[in-house]
Design a binder for this molecule. Structure first.
Ligand code: C5P
Length: 263
């Protein structure tokens, strides 16, 4: 059958996935990116998919359109929020924004690691002992090696991501966002508890949209991702519920899901 991006029944090769025998110790959970422009569209998706999907990502578009009300309403529906606003500012502003993210009871939120060690340490101080996890964005999955060269960054893309992730760990962040391409390297090099979130997941690696470092679910599981962020492959599917269920089935790979700590 011909593969298309929006017919979920054609997406997965589950026999191949099972044969990988990976992810035996780790469990991987789907986060749905609510990249939609209105409160109504976002809540329709939450109502359709929760509790099959337990964590919803509120990013720049939805937060700019709806403000903190959308975070409160998603939580009121019983789900968790990944607040992906990618803070990047001076240390005092970063710490102040982190305080607000904790007040919103976001399960996780993102900051740019390129905001530097001082800012990251301030953020970590704010989240320590709360139910909110701070994650550092390393190099966006829409960026390719070529772009780093243009910026005169000498390290390879994976070495740059590793460098930023190690800095995030040293500064006390709970984890990072990176592409699947670097996740296995980070797992090997960074010991102890460290959350790895990977966007750029595509059922068919050929259908990448603007993602330059895309990967399939099997590759993400094999690399040791904790959470897969998926937007368009579910949002644009002819049947988003079925699409999400397919993702979840493969994320579980026959193993139990990890109990997610509620705030
Ligand atoms: O539609 P798609 O699955 O590509 O959506 C990916 C989501 O993950 C988007 O909401 C995007 O903002 C987010 N993201 C990303 N790359 C990062 C961090 C977040 O694509 N490095």
């Amino acid at each position: 059958m011909k593969r298309t991006t929006n017919d979920p029944s054609t997406w997965f090769d589950s026999a191949h996935h099972r044969s990988l025998g990976v992810n035996a110790r780790r469990t991987t959970e789907l986060i749905l990116a609510l990249d939609v422009p209105t409160h109504a569209q976002a809540m329709r998706l939450v109502k359709l998919l929760y509790p099959k999907v337990r964590i919803f990502k509120v990013g720049l578009q939805l937060y700019t359109a709806c403000g903190p009300k959308i975070v409160a309403d998603i939580r009121r529906a019983g789900a968790e929020v990944f607040l992906d606003l990618k803070f990047n500012d001076i240390p005092n502003t970063m710490a102040s924004a982190a305080i607000e993210a904790v007040k919103h009871k976001a399960a996780m939120f993102t900051v740019h690691t390129l905001s530097g060690p001082e800012a990251l340490k301030e953020v970590a101080k704010v989240t320590k002992g709360t139910g909110t996890k701070a994650l550092g964005v390393t190099i966006l999955t829409s960026i390719c090696a070529h772009f780093l060269k243009d910026l005169k960054i000498q390290r390879s893309l994976s070495q740059e991501v590793l460098y930023l992730a190690q800095m995030a760990k040293r500064c006390g962040l709970d984890g990072v966002v990176c592409s699947v391409n670097e996740a296995a390297l980070l797992r090997r090099k960074i010991k102890g508890k460290f959350i790895i979130v990977t966007p750029g997941i595509r059922p068919d690696a050929a259908a990448c949209d603007d993602q330059k470092r895309a990967a399939t679910i099997s590759q993400a599981l094999e690399a040791g991702s904790d959470y897969l962020v998926v937007g368009r492959p579910i949002l644009d599917a002819s049947d988003p519920l079925k699409a999400a269920q397919n993702f979840i089935r493969l994320c579980r790979g026959g193993f139990e899901t990890r109990p997610y700590r509620r705030y």
